[in-house]
Design a binder for this molecule. Structure first.
Ligand code: ATP
Ligand code: MG
Length: 489
């Protein structure tokens, strides 16, 4: 759950949690963004190109499955990092990748079927975009609506099954092999060696391919820094090399020479299981939806899709029924698409709402709708906290189109301004904003300018972009106010 108050903790597993250094995540993200900004401007200056800061439109990509708070978090981090609201576009990662692949001819890996080239797809063609990154698995379903346009036809879904889970499984293996105390010992006393082993693993992971599986008895070799072995001996009083001659990994992993950890391919392959099992399962569940039965193609992007271990597993399960497309540089498809999106944000013509959005309001009691128990809590004779729905989860929302206006009348004619509270929920028909699963995503204040008694307002939402905008109009004066939500923590 990423939000403006999220804290990041030092990763060292110190025994005393009080000693761990903590920082606000938004500060860390802001520092990274500020660094990139400075780096770009400096590089441009060194090369003699003068670009003015105000001429730059920045595009930051976020996973499509991020919730509103996380997206708002990214906006906040960008603001703190020195990028102003009007020079920032948020782009959804699978959409960016999809656009890139529509523009650049990307064929399919199965030579026999040339018909599934993403760029050449006709209007009406539907395909899945699987963005398999480091952290997230992001799945979107797109339909071609024109030469340069797409629409989203299914709610984005996914989970945390990206490439780092492979590293995570290796880490679990280390814990089982060495014990947590040994690892903590290395972390605290030899931090650079600690990271060196993880780095060595990353290197071996990214060069491990399906071809290695042709001989599952062969090994992968990871160099293990000497302080790991010393710490092991210090904590356990025996040598790792000897210890590995028994135990659960006999025949699967051993130490060779002074510092070579050899892991059999069959064991190494299991580090990918968690990611592959989850990704294939969710793909199967998306593809089994009746409304997506015309999908014929799976486009795979993201750094983790450079791994043939992953892509072959997907191919094996889905390749006979679907065309599986992997662009040449799947890791930078998102980046390149994001640049396109910065120039042409209208490429996406519609999206599917991920939440039901609405506003808290008061209205008269309705028998049969409101439970009798509500009668006890009427405020000025009205039922409080009613969820006034503007957008329903799963609804198709067109880009550039507002939702219908809803009318509101301030409870008192003496008000100088009105607060609107915005709520989101995954439920289709919430009754009250206090229902389980509803959360307040922001508050907008509207100052009333008409001093007479006619203070009726209307409010419409724009919920098809990568964030939500609301426009409030005072009916008597036609004065409008628009706002992006100020999120409450
Ligand atoms: N050849 C390869 N084989 C296996 N994994 C690889 C390979 N190349 C890169 N990766 C993995 O890809 C991941 C990074 O992918 P990518 O750059 O798409 O992530 P990201 O966009 O930063 O993450 P996210 O989409 O979760 O925000 C890392 O886990 C890296 O180990
Ligand atoms: Mg990514």
């Amino acid at each position: 759950m990423l939000g403006n108050e999220t804290m990041i903790e030092e990763s060292l597993e110190l025994n005393n949690p009080e000693l761990k250094k903590k920082m606000k995540a938004v500060e860390v993200f802001a520092a990274v963004i500020a660094y990139f900004k400075k780096d770009l401007l400096q590089t441009k200056e060194q090369r003699g190109t003068t670009i003015k800061e105000k001429d730059i439109q920045w595009v930051i990509t976020v996973p499509a499955i991020w919730d509103l708070k996380a997206k708002q978090f990214m906006r906040e981090a960008a603001k703190k990092g020195g990028i102003s609201h009007d020079q920032l576009t948020l782009a959804l990662e699978p959409e960016a990748a999809s656009m890139h692949c529509r523009r650049v001819p990307v064929g399919i890996t199965e030579e026999s079927d040339g018909g599934r080239n993403i760029a050449l797809m006709d209007v009406g063609s539907k395909y899945i975009v699987l963005d398999q990154g480091g952290g997230t698995t992001d799945i979107a379903v797109h339909e071609v609506t024109g030469k340069n346009t797409l629409k989203e036809i299914n709610q984005a879904c996914g989970g945390h099954w990206g490439g780092i889970t492979v590293n995570g499984e290796f880490y679990s293996f280390l814990i089982k092999l060495l014990g947590g105390d040994v690892i903590n010992e290395v972390k605290i006393n030899s931090p650079s060696d600690y990271f060196q082993l993880l780095y060595n693993f990353e290197h071996v992971k990214t060069s491990f391919t399906s071809e290695h599986m042709a001989d599952s008895n062969q090994h992968q070799t990871i160099r293990i820094p000497i302080s790991w072995l010393q710490s092991y001996q210090m904590v356990t009083d025996c040598k790792l090399k000897d210890a590995m001659k028994q135990g659960m990994y006999v025949g699967k992993a051993y130490l060779s020479g002074a510092d070579k950890l050899r892991i059999k391919n069959s064991l190494f392959r299991t580090f990918f299981d968690y990611s592959i099992d989850n990704v294939t399962e969710i793909l199967a569940s998306v593809l089994s939806k009746r409304e997506l039965k015309e999908v014929e193609t799976i486009l795979i992007v993201g750094g983790h899709s450079k791994s043939t271990i992953l892509t072959d597993a997907i191919m094996k399960k889905f390749g006979s029924r679907y065309g599986v497309v992997i662009p040449k540089n799947p890791d930078i498809a998102v980046l390149k698409g994001a640049v396109l999106f910065g120039f042409e944000p209208d490429i996406i013509t519609s999206r599917v709402a991920r939440y039901t959005y609405g506003i808290a309001m008061q209205r008269p009691f309705i028998s049969g709708v409101d439970p009798e128990s509500k009668r006890k809590f009427l405020i000025n004779g009205l039922v409080d906290n009613v969820f006034d729905k503007h957008v329903e989860i799963g609804q198709v929302v067109n880009i550039g189109e507002f939702q219908k206006d809803h009318d509101y009348v301030p409870a008192s004619k003496d008000y100088k301004g009105v607060h609107f509270e915005f709520y989101a929920t995954e439920s289709k028909n919430p009754k009250y904003v206090t229902d389980d699963g509803c959360s307040c995503i922001g508050v907008l204040y509207f100052e009333l300018s008409d001093k007479s008694n006619r203070k009726d307002l209307k409010l419409k939402l724009y919920a098809s972009g990568t964030e939500i905008m609301a426009v409030i109009t005072e009916k008597s004066t036609n004065i409008q106010t628009e706002g992006y939500f100020s999120l409450l923590g």
